[in-house]
Structures are given as structure tokens and as C-alpha cells.
Design a protein around this ligand. Sequence first.
Ligand SMILES: CC(C)(COP(=O)(O)OP(=O)(O)OC[C@H]1O[C@@H](n2cnc3c(N)ncnc32)[C@H](O)[C@@H]1OP(=O)(O)O)[C@@H](O)C(=O)NCCC(=O)NCCS
Length: 144
Amino acid sequence: MRAHLGRTPRPVNKSQEKEHIENLSSDDDSVHFIIEYQGAKVGHIFIGDLEKEYGRSHVGYFIHPDYHGQGIGTKSLKMVVTYTFETLNRHKIRGGFLEGNPASRRVMEKAGFQEEGTERDYKYVDGEWKNVTWMSILEDEYYD
Ligand SMILES: CC(C)(COP(=O)(O)OP(=O)(O)OC[C@H]1O[C@@H](n2cnc3c(N)ncnc32)[C@H](O)[C@@H]1OP(=O)(O)O)[C@@H](O)C(=O)NCCC(=O)NCCS
């Protein structure tokens, strides 16, 4: 799962991970949600870059592998898209998936995102550079 996220290619210990999570909850530039399914905490979805000019925002998400393929990612993304446009009044939401992650592409397509283009050698993961493909949805596309 981590390979698809492309976190920085350096080792992280438990206290660094804890500090990272605590910093997320005090960050005004992003909103983080825990995804619950039938009472279990199964994933995380966030919207970031909220204070940037022009009303752009960025979405990222992951689901625990035991819960893949049950529509949870799609439902979570659709809920966050609704929240971003209808509550936060953003103009655009962008997401990206690394090469070799067709499930993430599909989830964004099902939530109404369109492909924008591919950025080369975006992240270095497990010894190789990977391209990212950017997808997005605009507010008028959401309301159509
Ligand atoms: C991407 C991710 C969030 C999807 O979550 P999920 O709850 O399994 O997603 P859903 O069940 O809603 O939908 C998955 C879709 O991908 C499709 N899919 C899954 N594996 C696929 C593959 N190898 N090739 C093509 N499509 C695939 C499924 O068929 C489904 O589409 P469908 O409903 O049209 O059949 C989950 O796989 C994940 O957490 N991956 C690791 C972290 C990650 O990649 N995060 C995103 C970073 S951009």
C-alpha cells in the first residue's frame, strides 16, 4: 500500500509517525477524516492545500487492504468531493495516482474526475522513479 502513496524514501520510526499525525490535526491548510466502515476504522482521506489562491484543493486517501474492493474508497471520495464544493466552496479538486495504481485512477473516475496529464519522475519509490497522472474535477462539473 505504501508504494502507491510514495511517502519520502527515508525510514520513519514510531515516534516520528506519531509526531506526523499530531501535526496533521493542527494544520489549518488541510482537513483529515478517518474512514469508518461497520464500526471499524479502515482508512484515511484528506483535503489539502486549502489556503492556496484560486480555490484549488488536493485530495489523497488510502483504505486498509482487508477492505479493498467494497466501494469504500469511491464512497469516501464522493463524500469528500461534496464537502469540498458545498461546504468549503472550492473551485477545483485535484488528485494524482502513481504509475501502477489503476484502482486509484478508477476511484477518481467514478467520482467524476477527468485526466489532466502526466508528470514525469514525480516520486522515487522502492528504487525507481514513478510518474504521476493528475486528475481533477471542477465545481461546474460537479453541479452539472
Ligand atoms: C485506491 C484505493 C483507495 C481504492 O479503494 P477501494 O475501497 O478498494 O475502492 P473501490 O472498491 O471503491 O473501487 C475500486 C475500483 O478499482 C478497480 N480496480 C481495483 N484494482 C484494479 C486493477 N488492478 N486494475 C483496474 N481496476 C482496478 C475496482 O474494480 C473498482 O472499480 P469498479 O467498481 O469499476 O469495479 C485502495 O486500493 C488503496 O487504499 N490503495 C492503496 C493506497 C492508494 O493507492 N491511495 C491512493 C493514492 S493516489
